[in-house]
Write a new protein. Structure first.
Length: 76
């Protein structure tokens, strides 16, 4: 019972991790912008979203490792 619960949780975390990584822009996406006078509010909002996705990716990656270790322990 507990093994199945951890498996389902692991799959949900895996799908969430894939989704957050796919939603993140590439690292070179903003390098083509040259010049311009300052940062627009839209750019600040985009950076806030990127920071949120990066933080969420870290949390999901840690949860993925924890559930992977948990599944290994429960399988013994």
């Amino acid at each position: 019972m507990l093994l199945n619960l951890v498996r389902v949780l692991h799959w949900l975390i895996t799908l969430g991790l894939i989704g957050t990584v796919m939603l993140q822009p590439s690292r070179s996406a903003g390098l083509g912008i040259v010049g311009g006078g300052g940062e627009s509010p839209a750019m600040r909002k985009a950076r806030g979203r990127e920071a949120l996705l990066a933080r969420l990716t870290v949390y999901l990656a840690v949860a993925f490792v924890v559930t992977s270790i948990g599944l290994t322990i429960l399988r013994r």
